[in-house]
Write a protein that binds this ligand. Structure first.
Ligand code: NAD
Length: 741
C-alpha cells in the first residue's frame, strides 16, 4: 500500500477507508503542494480500489485544518513576478493552473463515484471547508471551539477552490450564503448545520464511528444533486432572484466602496456561476481567482494581514538570545480607563494582576470595569459565569504598593503627567524585584524622558496600548535610549501572552501610530479651513477605506485633548511648530463653543439621545466660506489623506523610528485602520511604486503646500523606482532585522 507523508490511510473490514490528515512537525494541517499531490493520489486510490466502498476524511490534530498555506501563496507571488518579467502570457497561464489546482482535485473527489464523508473534528478554515463541501456528507461535533469559515475575503482574496460555487448552491437562503462569503465570519456548529453546510453534529468522541456508520448504512449518495440530470439550482432569473441580486450589488458597494477586488469577485462568481453548468462555473471561479491574485490589493493584504502579522505575532522582533519568560504576575498602576482594560486582558490571559490606584475606591472602580466587560462577554456568549469568576479572581484591586514585591512586570497607566508618573515610578521601584521590568503606557511623553525617574533605565520601556484595550489588537513597544534587550524580550513575551500584535518603535514624539493618525486629522482640519464641506471630508476618508472619518475620530479622541496636545507642543517647541489656523480652529471649538467631542455630546458631530444618530454639527458650515462641492476634486481629497499618512510612515522609517516595514504596514492597519486594502502605509507607496509616489507628492505639494514634499530618501529611491520592501527587506539577514536607513 502507498504511504504518504501527510496522511495515514486505513481501510477497515467494511471497506471504509479512514484518511487521517496529520502533517509531521506542524501544529496545524495546511494545504501545501505536497499535501495537494498526496490528496490527489489518495482520491485516485479510493476511486480505483474496488475493495473500498467509501472514505472518511478527518484530522489527527485537535483542529481539522487551517486551509491553504498562505506563506506558499506569498512565495507564488515572487515566482510569478519573476516569470512575468520573462513572458507575461505564460506566467499568467501558470498562475491560472496553480490557482485551480486545489479546486480540480476537489472536483475529482466529488465525481469519483465513491462517497466521501468529511469528519470535521475542530477548526476548519478556507480550503479545508472547501474540501469538506466537495465531500458527499459532513459531520461536525460538539467540541468546544468548533468552527468553520471561508475567511479568504479578509486577506483580499476569496474562496477560489469551489467555495464560491458550492455555498450558494448548498445554503437554502441565498442572503446568508452571500453574507458568509462576503464577511468570512466563523460559523459555530449549530449555525453551520442550520445553513446546511454540515449534515449533523455528533459527540466529538464518536465522530469517526458516526461517519463510518453513515457510509455503511448506504445513505451517502456519491453523486451530488448538481451532477444529476434535471438539476435545478437556485434561479437568478426568478421573482426572488430579481429582488435579491440588485441589492447584493448595492450592499457590496455600500460596505466596501468598491475597494476590495476579492469581495467583488464573490458577487460576480456567485451570480455568474448560478447561470452555468457546474464545471464551467468552477472555471469561471478559477479565472476570477487568477485575476484577483494579480491585484495589488490581494498581494499586499496577504502579505500584511497574514504573513507579516503571523511573523510579528510569533515574535519576529524579539531578541532571540534572551530566554522566554512566562509571566505569572503583573502590576498595573492606575485603575482608570486604560489601566482597567489592561488588567482585564492580562487576567484573561491567565496572569495574576495587582491593580493599584490612589485609594481602594479608585482601584475597585477599575475592577468593576473588568466585571462589566465580563458581563458583556457572557451576554454575547463569549464567556461563562465560571470563566468570568476565574478571570476576576485573578485581579487584586488595592492602593498598596507592597503587593508589587513579586511581580514580573509593572505597567503604568496613571495620568498623563510627568510628575505623577515620576512619583509612581519611584514608589513602585522601591518595592519591585530588581529584575522586574517597568513599562509606561504613555501616549505622548517620550520614554527616554520618563526613564529619568527610574533607577533602572535598562529595565524601563514603553508598552503603548490602544483604546478600547480589549478590542484593539495592536501594541507599540517603545524603546527608550537606554532600554535593554531583556526589557524588550519581557515586553514582547507579555504582549504575545495577551495575544496582541507587537510592533517595536524607537522613542519619538507620537511614536509611530499617533504620528500617522495626527496627519490624518490634521489634513481634515486643512480641508475644513479651505472650505471643503465637512460631509465631503468625512466621505472622502471613509470611501477611501478608512473605518472612521477623521472628524468622527477626533471626536472619539476628544477635542480638548487635541487642544492640550497643541498647547504642549507650543510649550515644548514654540508656536512655529504648529499651524496657526489649525490651532485657532480647535481653540475656537473647545474654548468658545464648549465642544469637547463625543464625551460631552458636542464635537464636530452632534450626539442626540438614542435612537437618533449622530450627525455633523450644522454650524461647521459657518466657520469658513464654503467651496462649491461640485468644483472639488473628490479623488484628490482621498489622495491627500493616503499620501500624508504614507509620507509620515516613510519618514518614521527614514528616521529609524520604525525599523521594519512589516511593522509600519501592520501597525497602520491594526492601530487605526489605515485603508486595509492597500496592505498598509508602506505597501500603499510600494503598490504604485516610489517613482509614481514621489510624482504624486510633488503634484500635491505644488497645489497644497510643503507638507506633501517627498523626503530625501524617497527621492533617492524614486530614481530607480526602488521599493521599500526591497531596500528594507525584512528577510535580508537571519535575524529578521531590516536594514537601517
Ligand atoms: P484615566 O484618567 O482614566 O486613569 C488614570 C488613573 O490613574 C486614574 O484612575 C487615577 O486615579 C490614577 N492615578 C492618578 N495618579 C495616581 C497615583 N499617584 N497612583 C496611582 N494611581 C493614580 O486615564 P487613562 O485614559 O486611563 O490614561 C492613562 C494613561 O494611558 C495615560 O498616560 C494616557 O496617556 C495613556 N493612554 C491613554 C489612551 C486613551 O485612549 N485614553 C490610549 C493610550 C494610552
Amino acid at each position: 500500500m502507498t504511504t504518504y507523508n501527510n496522511f495515514t490511510i486505513d481501510t477497515d473490514s467494511d471497506g471504509i477507508t479512514l484518511i487521517t490528515w496529520d502533517m509531521p512537525e506542524k501544529n496545524m494541517n495546511v494545504f501545501t503542494m505536497e499535501v495537494m499531490d498526496e490528496l490527489d493520489a489518495i482520491v485516485d486510490q479510493v476511486a480505483s480500489d474496488e475493495a473500498i466502498k467509501g472514505a472518511v476524511i478527518t484530522s489527527g490534530k485537535s483542529a481539522f485544518s487551517g486551509g491553504a498555506d498562505i506563506t506558499m501563496l506569498n512565495g507564488m507571488y515572487d515566482r510569478f513576478e519573476a516569470a512575468r518579467a520573462q513572458d507575461e502570457k505564460a506566467a499568467v497561464r501558470e498562475l491560472f493552473d496553480n490557482a485551480g489546482k486545489l479546486s480540480w482535485i476537489f472536483r475529482k473527489l466529488e465525481t469519483c463515484g465513491k462517497p466521501f464523508v468529511s469528519a470535521i473534528n475542530g477548526t476548519c478554515m478556507g480550503g479545508a471547508t472547501e474540501l469538506s463541501l466537495a465531500c458527499h456528507a459532513r459531520l461536525g461535533t460538539d467540541a468546544e471551539g468548533w468552527k468553520m469559515a471561508l475567511p479568504e475575503v479578509k486577506i483580499g482574496i476569496f474562496p477560489g477552490a469551489g467555495g464560491t460555487v458550492r455555498v450558494p448552491r448548498m445554503v437554502p437562503d441565498m442572503q446568508s450564503a452571500l453574507l458568509m462569503l462576503m464577511q468570512g465570519s466563523n460559523l459555530k456548529a449549530q449555525k453551520a448545520k442550520a445553513m446546511k453546510l454540515i449534515d449533523e453534529i455528533v459527540p466529538a468522541k464518536k465522530l469517526v464511528a458516526e461517519a463510518k456508520k453513515l457510509l455503511t448504512s448506504g445513505s451517502v449518495d456519491p453523486v451530488k444533486e448538481w451532477d444529476k440530470k434535471g438539476y435545478k439550482g437556485p434561479r437568478v432569473y426568478s421573482a426572488a432572484g430579481s429582488q435579491l441580486w440588485p441589492a447584493v450589488g448595492a450592499n457590496y458597494r455600500k460596505n466596501t466602496h468598491d475597494n476590495y477586488p476579492g469581495a467583488k469577485a464573490i458577487v460576480k462568481v456567485a451570480y455568474e456561476s448560478l447561470l452555468l453548468p457546474f464545471d464551467t462555473a468552477l472555471t469561471v471561479e478559477q479565472r476570477y481567482f487568477t485575476e484577483v491574485l494579480q491585484t495589488n490589493e490581494a498581494k499586499h493584504m496577504v502579505r500584511s494581514l497574514f504573513v507579516s502579522m503571523q511573523e510579528l505575532n510569533k515574535g519576529a522582533r524579539r531578541p532571540a538570545d534572551v530566554p522566554q519568560k512566562k509571566l505569572k504576575k503583573v502590576g498595573i498602576l492606575g485603575a482608570g480607563f486604560m489601566g482597567a482594560g489592561i488588567a482585564y486582558v492580562t487576567a484573561k490571559a491567565g496572569m495574576q494582576v495587582v491593580l493599584i490606584d490612589r485609594d481602594q475606591e479608585a482601584a475597585d472602580k477599575g475592577k468593576a470595569h473588568c466585571e462589566d466587560l465580563e458581563k458583556k462577554a457572557i451576554q454575547k456568549g463569549r464567556s461563562t459565569p465560571e470563566k468570568a469568576e476565574k478571570v476576576l479572581s485573578l485581579i487584586t484591586a488595592t492602593p498598596d504598593y507592597d503587593e508589587l514585591k513579586d511581580v514580573d512586570l509593572v505597567i503604568e497607566a496613571v495620568f498623563e503627567d510627568r510628575d505623577v508618573k515620576a512619583e509612581v515610578t519611584a514608589k513602585a521601584e522601591a518595592v519591585m524585584k530588581p529584575s522586574a521590568i517597568y513599562a509606561s503606557n504613555t501616549s505622548t511623553l517620550p520614554i527616554t524622558g520618563l526613564a529619568k525617574a527610574s533607577k533602572r533605565p535598562k529595565n524601563f520601556i514603553g508598552i503603548h496600548f490602544f483604546s478600547p484595550v480589549d478590542r484593539m489588537m495592536l501594541t507599540e513597544i517603545i524603546m527608550g535610549k537606554r532600554t535593554g534587550d531583556k526589557a524588550l524580550a519581557v515586553a514582547m513575551d507579555f504582549v504575545m501572552a495577551i495575544k496582541k500584535t507587537p510592533i517595536v518603535v524607537n522613542d519619538t514624539r507620537g511614536f509611530y501610530v499617533n504620528r500617522c493618525v495626527l496627519q490624518y486629522i490634521s489634513e481634515a482640519y486643512n480641508m475644513l479651513i479651505e472650505g471643503v464641506p465637512a460631509a465631503m471630508v468625512e466621505n472622502a476618508a471613509t470611501m477611501g477605506g478608512m473605518p472612521v472619518g477623521p472628524l468622527a475620530l477626533n471626536d472619539e479622541i476628544a477635542l480638548d485633548l487635541s487642544l492640550k496636545i497643541f498647547n504642549a507642543t507650543v510649550a515644548d517647541l514654540g508656536e512655529s511648530a504648529l499651524d496657526p489656523d489649525q490651532f485657532a480652529l480647535v481653540k475656537k471649538l473647545v474654548e468658545q463653543e464648549g465642544r469637547h467631542g463625543r464625551k460631552n455630546g458636542k464635537g464636530f458631530y452632534e450626539y442626540p439621545a438614542k435612537p437618533a444618530k449622530k450627525h455633523l454639527w450644522p454650524e461647521l458650515k459657518s466657520l469658513y466660506p464654503q467651496q462649491n462641492a461640485d468644483s472639488i476634486d473628490f479623488a484628490e481629497l482621498q489622495q491627500r489623506f493616503w499620501v500624508l499618512q504614507a509620507l509620515e510612515a516613510a519618514k518614521t522609517i527614514e528616521e529609524g523610528v520604525v525599523t521594519d516595514v512589516r511593522e509600519a504596514d501592520v501597525g497602520s492597519i491594526l492601530g487605526y485602520g489605515f485603508a486595509p486594502f492597500t496592505g498598509g502605509t508602506i505597501s500603499y507607496i510600494d503598490g504604485m511604486g516610489t517613482t509614481a509616489f514621489v510624482a504624486l507628492c510633488n503634484k500635491l505639494a505644488k497645489k497644497h503646500g510643503k507638507r506633501f514634499r517627498p523626503t530625501k530618501l524617497l527621492k533617492q529611491m524614486a530614481a530607480s523606482d526602488e521599493k521599500f520592501y526591497q531596500r528594507f527587506n525584512p528577510y535580508a539577514d537571519p535575524e529578521g532585522e531590516a536594514k537601517a536607513a
